[in-house]
Design a protein around this ligand. Structure first.
Ligand SMILES: Nc1ncnc2c1ncn2[C@@H]1O[C@H](COP(=O)(O)OP(=O)(O)OP(=O)(O)O)[C@@H](O)[C@H]1O
Ligand SMILES: [Mg+2]
Length: 244
């Protein structure tokens, strides 16, 4: 099994945020994670990324337990994420945002004895910016871009590290339709190419259903349904809890 969430629970005081959530992913690709506000999606991401500790359960990557690892150790294993509120280095240019992300990864690789030539990192960064339609903003400060463009910079900064597991928390939120189309195409092209597992939290149903091969539906902290987009969209419990 490539990736497993097994019986994860997390409470904050009296609030049960995640309540025995489980799902397993056999191979790389795009898995949507949907569900109503407060279903526990972001909390589950925080646990997977080492930002929060689970009260119970395990997260496993390639059979190895990874819950409770520090974020930098997870980064070394190939975990990358975006944030619901979008985070970029506002005072750095778009190209530097990607190069810093690649650099961080490279430092780890060098420590591990794998050397990636800097030139290649630069070429890859520029190619990803081009794919995101941001070539003309290479030398523009990320803080001067529109929200949607910053979102794209954040996501291609994660992609430039060639993650094995990428977690995106509502990447479509607040992005205009044109940039949303670009974002869709960037993910549809790069994810299969890189062989990454993308876990995609999203409220934009058109976006997530058109990208994901599989959708996990969370409700009240647990997994309510899990299957192809067609299957979950036709599931009466999902319609009741969320889509209806
Ligand atoms: N740090 C925290 N302290 C206390 N309660 C929290 C904390 N983080 C999340 N919660 C609560 O846990 C529950 C799950 O929240 P979470 O943010 O994981 O939901 P979500 O599925 O991401 O929702 P949304 O779609 O609105 O982003 C909510 O009731 C939320 O208020
Ligand atoms: Mg959330």
């Amino acid at each position: 099994m490539l990736f497993e969430v097994a019986g994860i629970s997390k409470r904050f005081g009296g609030t049960v945020a995640v309540d025995g959530a489980s799902f397993a992913v056999r191979e790389a690709g795009i898995v949507g994670l949907i569900g109503p506000n407060g279903a526990g999606k972001t909390t589950l991401f925080d646990i997977i990324c080492g930002r929060q500790r689970a009260d119970a359960g395990e997260v496993r990557f390639e059979g190895r337990r990874v819950d409770g690892l520090m974020p930098h150790r997870l980064a070394r294993l190939g975990f990358a994420r975006s944030f619901q509120e979008c985070r970029v280095l506002a005072e750095e240019t778009c190209l530097d945002n990607l190069l810093f992300a690649a650099q961080e990864k490279r430092l780890w690789r060098e420590l591990l004895g794998i050397v990636v030539p800097p030139r290649r990192a630069r070429e890859k960064a520029r190619a990803l910016l081009a794919m995101a339609g941001l070539s003309r903003f290479e030398n523009v400060l990320a803080g001067d871009l529109s929200f949607g463009q910053r979102r794209l910079v954040e996501i291609v900064s994660a992609l430039v590290t060639e993650p094995r597991v990428l977690l995106l928390d509502e990447p479509a939120s607040g992005v205009n339709p044109t940039l949303l189309g670009t974002l869709h195409d960037v993910l549809a092209e790069t994810v299969p190419q890189m062989g990454v597992l993308l876990l995609l939290i999203e409220h934009n149903m058109e976006f997530v259903m058109s990208l994901a091969g599989r959708v996990v539906v969370m409700h009240q902290g647990a997994v309510l349904a899990d299957g192809t987009p067609e299957l979950v969209q036709a599931d009466a419990r999902v319609i009741d809890a969320y889509l209806g």
